[in-house]
Every structure is written in structure tokens, then in C-alpha cells.
Write a protein that binds this ligand. Structure first.
Ligand code: HEC
Length: 145
């Protein structure tokens, strides 16, 4: 077999594969399957009660309208490992039964880097990123445990 017959054989095989590939394409697939425009988007809007912007806006409104305790509960997900899912304590002290004001004062102190107990260092990185609103929300949730 000389070089040119190898090349011819190669071209024939590759062309054949390309041909088979084009023949086995799904005719309904006219491009990017993830694209949802026109009729597809109208259907999506009908199913979701509005366009993407409206749906996102509604989500933001719902979040803003959520009670402090509900927002606190969400944030509390980060605390469960050390304080227990019901605030019963574990690695960290028991939080259940504490008054909202106490929780606010304690978290504010940790955020400021103040030493409270022997293990305060464990709470510094936890409290550091908290906003005042986060602390209020957490206190609202924790005081209800
Ligand atoms: C890595 C474990 C850990 C995580 C996570 C953690 N804590 Fe703590 N927490 C502790 C420890 C340990 C203490 C005791 C610190 C000390 O000695 O001052 C503490 C203390 C506290 C106290 C003071 C309790 C008291 O009665 O003195 C509060 C309030 C508190 N944590 C709230 C939270 C909240 C809210 C979160 C979640 C956002 C959280 N903690 C996440 C370990 C943790």
C-alpha cells in the first residue's frame, strides 16, 4: 500500500463517519438545546408566572418579606454542627432558652473579637462576617428554640 492509497482510505473512512453522523442527527435539534426563546420562552413564562426578571424579583421580595426568625433559621444552618439543630449545645454551649438580647450581645462581642469564654476563638471567624441584621435574625430564631 503506498502513501496515497492510505490517504484516500483515510479520507473515505472519515467522510463516511461524518456522513453517518449527519444522518443520525435528530431533526428536531436545530442548535443549542438549552436555548429557550420564542414559543419555548412563552411557555416557560406561562408555567412560572412571568419572565425570568419577574420570577427573580418575586423571589427577592419573598426573601425580604421573610420574618427575621425565618432568615435566622437559614443562617443557623452554619451553627448546627457545634450548637445542635435545636440549640441544645455540643461543641459549643447550649443556646436554647437564651433571650434574644443576650444572643445579640454575645454575638456582637465575638464579632468585635472580645474574649468571653475559654473557646471564644472558635466563634470569632463565625461572627466576623455577620451584619447587624444577621445577628438580629439569628437572635430571633435562637431565642425561639
Ligand atoms: C466551630 C464550632 C462553632 C460554630 C460553627 C459556631 N459556634 Fe457558637 N460557640 C462555639 C463555642 C466553642 C462557643 C463557646 C465560646 C467561648 O468560650 O466563648 C460558642 C459560643 C457561642 C455563643 C455564646 C453562648 C453563651 O451562652 O455563652 C453564641 C450566642 C453562639 N456561639 C452562637 C453561634 C451562632 C449563631 C453560630 C452560627 C452562625 C455559631 N455559634 C457557630 C462554637 C461554635
Amino acid at each position: 500500500m503506498n502513501t496515497s492509497s492510505v490517504i484516500v482510505a483515510f479520507v473515505v473512512v472519515v467522510s463516511g463517519l461524518i456522513w453517518v453522523g449527519t444522518q443520525s442527527n435528530n431533526a428536531d435539534w436545530t442548535g443549542n438545546r438549552n436555548q429557550c426563546v420564542g414559543e419555548c420562552y412563552e411557555e416557560w413564562k406561562a408555567a412560572h408566572g412571568g419572565g425570568i426578571a419577574e420570577v427573580e424579583g418575586a423571589k427577592q421580595m419573598a426573601l425580604a418579606a421573610a420574618s427575621p426568625a425565618a432568615l435566622g433559621e437559614k443562617y443557623y444552618g452554619q451553627c448546627i454542627a457545634c450548637h445542635g439543630n435545636r440549640g441544645q449545645g455540643g461543641i459549643g454551649p447550649m443556646l436554647a432558652g437564651q433571650a434574644s438580647d443576650d444572643i445579640v450581645a454575645k454575638l456582637t462581642a465575638y464579632r468585635a473579637g472580645e474574649e468571653r469564654g475559654a473557646q471564644s476563638a472558635m466563634m470569632y471567624p463565625v461572627a466576623k462576617p455577620m451584619t447587624d441584621a444577621d445577628i438580629e435574625n439569628l437572635a430571633a430564631f435562637v431565642s425561639g428554640l
